[in-house]
Design a protein around this ligand. Structure first.
Ligand SMILES: C=C(O[C@H]1C=CC=C(C(=O)O)[C@@H]1O)C(=O)O
Ligand SMILES: [Mg+2]
Length: 467
């Protein structure tokens, strides 16, 4: 592949420097170029030589892949108002920005990728020290595959005291390093030990939750459990990511690296997407395994569609999402009943919600209204989240939190970070939860969470893993 010099880097850096001098503040520059096809997993792997801060996103519809390397800027917010704060930091960053973009494609240019923890009021840090309440990163280099084409965005924050040639050369060197041919070289990890955290105590907590529901404390609560795994060697993340993408269709494939720790997963659950003010949210709750034969699969699907306990789990989600979406949009469309959403290892009940976002609202406003839906928290929202904070022994961190991206045109999408793992060199914590309603049976919920752990386990060297 022939690599040309990225257009305009030196000129833009020079121009930005002049403006930064004048303003006495840093200025953001963003340059989008159309490039030859590039393997996103390879790009991600090579990126480790530039920064221990990378992000990966592939939409469930597989129409958008983004890989971010490094950080041109980051948006942090700690308070309960974190979604609004991130939005205002984002607006501020855009006020002092110079953009060069001839293509205007979603997911290119000034794009922030990142996520939010499940519960900002959770005080415990371990093992999520590298994952604060909110962290959105505008990568220094962003590879975007969209509409069958590939784009590279270069982002940088230029400070008045920067040196034009030095910055421009560094950008050019990193760009050349990233744009190389090849395939992902790493292999999948080999498991040393697997440890299920207190399964019996977890089943008892499910039993207790059903009693508390019967007593009228709440209607539904989602309880999660953890599986810890150690490996013979440090996990090679690019290989795991590629294997996830290869094995989990209909899922968002995500990875967010923060200070060398990786939060990675393949989630089917969209929280909200906004494109040209069209809003789509998804109700996904209610679960049964896939069958081993087509016949068994159909039978299980029918069983799920008619099962009162699963329909109840699902209905709470539909009611809450409908209400939240109606509060900020018009032309809200919700089908009368759910259909099946098939994944490799299991199938869910699925109801899409479509609407047109009202003027004045952004994707982050929608996320604020939705998170956590009863697919991750429960019903009512506040009581169930408090219940989780008090009764769940694990620290969810970013598990079950919103993860995704937005761009400068107010397009973007967030999924819910389930079917996921936190990987720290030779160790991983995997998480899976389930919706507990009055008729939940602890053994059945335990089995359901075991199937939900499979997608991650299978790419982490646990192909034989079955429990
Ligand atoms: C909380 C999880 O799944 C949720 C999403 C879909 C179906 C669910 C269920 O049927 O229980 C859960 O609400 C998880 O996978 O960790
Ligand atoms: Mg369930």
């Amino acid at each position: 592949m022939l690599h040309t010099k990225a257009p305009h880097i030196e000129e833009m850096v020079g121009e930005a420097l002049q403006k930064a001098h004048h303003l006495g503040e840093p200025l953001f520059i963003s340059i989008v170029e159309h490039i030859d096809d590039q393997n996103p997993f390879q790009f991600f792997e090579t990126g480790q030589h530039i920064d221990q801060h990378r992000s990966f996103w592939q939409s469930a519809e597989n129409d958008l892949t983004m890989v971010g390397i490094g950080k041109a800027s980051q948006l942090y917010a700690k308070s309960k108002q974190r979604f609004r704060e991130v939005q205002s930091l984002w607006k501020h960053l855009q006020e002092n920005a110079m953009l060069h973009d001839d293509y205007n494609k979603k997911g290119t240019g000034m794009v922030a990728l990142g996520g939010f923890s499940f519960d900002p009021e959770q005080k415990e840090d371990t093992p999520w020290e590298s994952f604060p309440d909110s962290k959105m990163t505008i990568p220094a280099f962003l590879l975007t595959k969209v509409d069958g084409e590939t784009y590279l965005t270069i982002n940088a924050l230029i400070f008045p005291e920067d040196h034009q040639q030095q910055i421009a050369h560094q950008i050019q060197d990193h760009r050349d390093l990233l744009l190389n041919e090849g395939e992902v070289s790493g292999s999948l990890p080999v498991i040393d030990q697997t440890f299920e955290v207190a399964p019996e105590a977890w089943k008892e907590s499910v039993k207790k939750a059903t009693d508390d529901i019967t007593a009228g404390l709440m209607e539904k609560v989602v309880l999660a459990r953890e599986l810890r795994v150690t490996f013979k060697e440090d996990v090679q993340i690019a290989a795991v990511l590629k294997a996830l993408a290869d094995t989990q269709p209909n899922s968002y494939i995500f990875c967010y690296e923060s200070e060398g720790d990786h939060f990675i997963g393949a989630t089917p659950e969209r929280l909200a997407k906004v494109e040209d003010r069209e809003l789509v949210s998804t109700c996904l709750a209610g679960t049964i395994p896939r069958g081993r034969t087509e016949q068994e699969d159909l039978k299980l699907g029918e069983e799920l569609l008619g099962d009162p306990k699963n329909l109840q789990e699902h209905q709470f989600v539909v009611e809450m999402i409908k209400e939240a979406v109606e509060a900020c949009s018009s032309q809200v469309e919700v089908p009368n009943g759910p259909v099946l959403y098939p994944l490799r290892n299991l199938q869910h009940l699925y109801t899409p919600v479509r609407a047109v976002l009202d003027q004045g609202y952004t994707l982050l406003d929608v996320i604020e209204k939705l998170h956590p839906t009863p697919a991750l928290g429960g019903m009512p929202q506040r009581v169930s989240v408090e219940y989780i904070r008090t009764h769940e022994t694990l620290n969810r961190g970013w598990y079950a939190g919103p993860i995704g991206w937005f761009d400068a045109q107010d397009n973007g999408e967030f999924a819910v970070a389930i079917r996921s793992a936190l990987i720290q060199q030779k160790e991983a914590s995997l998480f899976a939860g389930c919706g507990v309603v009055e008729d939940s049976d602890p053994e059945a919920e335990y089995a359901e969470t075991a199937v939900k752990l499979k997608p991650m386990m299978n790419v982490l060297g646990g192909s034989e893993w079955d429990m």
